[in-house]
Design a protein around this ligand. Structure first.
Ligand code: ADP
Ligand code: MG
Length: 497
């Protein structure tokens, strides 16, 4: 996935910045005590504040503040000890207050950064511009009745973190990788569940195109004049759609510019069924919202000691875990995959206890994730514990069982449960290293295939065929190294054969 779009008149570069709305994990809303639980009956979780009743006073939820600070620290960002809540005024049927309480000039979190690791092994830094807290709106429902719309206010007043990046992403791959990484970070932190299907995380993706070199100039002097005019694609709610939306939008802009048109700064919608973006409305400017400090809320002042205490309580985050895994012997790629989900990383750590890191990662990737994918399950639904898999890997490395039998063993405990060590004993799966038994199997194969014995002398590569036959003869239980060694002697093969 390239950073360049090829046009009729030459190359173009893509530039992307994102605004991500992440729902704060908290039991109650940003300024009221109403529940935030997903899936409740419409309008069953609405306080007078959330319904915009006149004269109601918002009261800040301390938990939401703590979550925003935690997230800011996880984004290596500056925490602003003084921030302000502003009213952002607009009319919408599902916004009964007539304004959203948000943060405009003085957000709770300032500049930070996120590292993203790309498939080719390189990493880039995406700058974070800010993170601010704001209320979510309600939801208008248009598909329940032929000529009526309904409003559900359960979501009204739920705390959102809006995380705004700098325009530092330059391809659909980078955009998707950023969102994936951000999602992993907030999930590690426990500040947002990252559930994109339920709308807990949604991204507005800003895309522009410019001639090659424009982005470098922008990075050199910070001036946006080197970049093209951007369009904002609203509410993209899946990692897959992000890549599609970016590719489509960049191509649309290039075609338009090359026909002599100009890009209008506007808000567009991604239609995932058609695979295209469509204009929704012209882009509003900040002054359209007539922001002003909410007179019901005092400035929010935090103490440094409070921020320090939260910093101390942060868990190990994906980047640190990845570095530790690489230190332990994993490839950067394997390490990135394993830390992408906290549950997966935890499972791996348990699985890898006291065994070779690479062997554990391979077992997890090939055997466990392979079986889970096939069954359409996630790591939290895995039927065999990490400890049981650790036991299987140990039995491979101490030659109790062969690699082949280990896979059969996993199939058995996957379907039937049970302790892998006991299954090995009860089903007689122990590896045969006894040379007498291996020699007997070799003789049986030779007796059945005398012509192959001559062939192998001319074509030493055929030895592999013999190994396969002997393994079959022993039900896969022979130690392959012992079989190789015994065959070499019996067939008089050269060493490197
Ligand atoms: P607004 O709040 O009006 O949408 P911002 O200045 O906060 O505007 O920017 C919104 C997002 O657009 C940010 O993520 C920023 O990185 C991105 N952005 C700004 N200019 C460009 C551009 N030329 N190309 C791509 N993204 C851009
Ligand atoms: Mg915006």
């Amino acid at each position: 996935m390239s950073r360049i779009v090829k046009g009729q008149t030459g190359d173009w570069e893509i530039v992307i910045g994102m605004e991500v709305h992440a729902q704060v994990t908290s039991n109650s809303k940003l300024f009221s005590g109403a529940s935030t639980e997903f899936g409740a009956d419409p309008n069953s979780q609405v306080s007078f504040v959330d319904a915009g009743m006149p004269g109601m006073l918002p009261v800040i939820n301390a938990k939401c503040i703590e979550q925003a600070v935690r997230t800011g620290l996880g984004l290596k960002a500056k925490i602003n000890l003084r921030s302000l809540f502003d009213r952002k005024n607009y009319f919408y049927p599902d916004l009964p207050q007539g304004y959203q309480i948000s943060q405009f000039k003085d957000p709770i979190v300032g500049e930070g950064e996120v590292t993203i690791d790309l498939k080719d092994g390189t990493s880039i830094l995406v700058g974070i511009e800010r993170l601010h807290l704001e209320q979510d709106a309600g939801k208008s429902i248009h598909d329940q009745h032929p000529d009526q719309s309904f409003v559900d206010l359960n979501r009204s007043g739920v705390a959102l973190m809006e995380i705004v990046t700098k325009p530092h992403m330059r391809s659909s791959e980078e955009a998707a990788a950023f969102l994936k990484k951000l999602r992993a970070i907030v999930r590690y932190l426990g500040t947002c569940d990252g559930n994109m299907d339920e709308g807990s995380m949604r991204a507005d993706v800003n895309v522009s195109v410019c001639r090659p070199g424009g982005y470098e100039k922008f990075r050199a002097d910070g001036s946006f004049k080197h970049l093209g005019t951007r369009c904002e694609i609203k509410n993209v709610n899946s990692l897959r759609f992000i890549a599609h939306a970016v590719e489509y939008e960049a191509r649309r802009q290039v075609d338009l510019l090359e026909e002599g048109g100009t890009i209008r700064q506007e808000t567009r919608l991604f239609d995932s069924k058609q695979g295209e973006t469509r204009s929704m409305r012209g882009k509003e400017e900040a002054h359209d919202y007539r922001y002003f400090p909410d007179p019901d809320l005092l400035p929010l002042e935090l103490e440094q000691a409070y921020v320090d205490a939260i910093a101390k309580s942060l868990p190990e985050l994906p980047d640190e875990k990845r570095a530790r895994f690489i230190e332990g012997g994993l490839s950067p790629y394997d390490a990135s995959v394993l830390v992408s989900e906290r549950e997966l990383a935890d499972y791996y750590e348990e699985l890898a206890k006291g065994v070779d890191a690479k062997a554990a990662a391979n077992w997890l990737n090939n055997e466990i994730l392979g079986r889970l994918n096939k069954a359409g399950l996630g790591i939290t639904e895995v039927p065999v514990t990490a400890a049981a898999n650790n036991a299987i890997i140990r039995m491979i490395s101490d030659n109790t069982i062969s690699g082949k039998i280990a896979k059969d063993l996993l199939d058995i405990v996957w379907l039937e449960g049970g302790d892998p060590k006991e299954v090995v004993e009860s089903r007689g799966l122990r590896q045969v290293t006894d040379t007498g038994a291996i020699d007997a199997a070799i003789e049986a194969v030779i007796a059945a295939n005398p012509e192959k014995v001559e062939e192998v002398k001319a074509k030493p590569k055929l030895a592999a065929w013999f190994v396969g036959q002997v393994m079959k003869q022993t039900g896969g239980k022979a130690n392959p190294a012992a079989v190789n060694a015994a065959l070499k002697i019996r067939l008089n093969l050269p060493d490197e054969g």
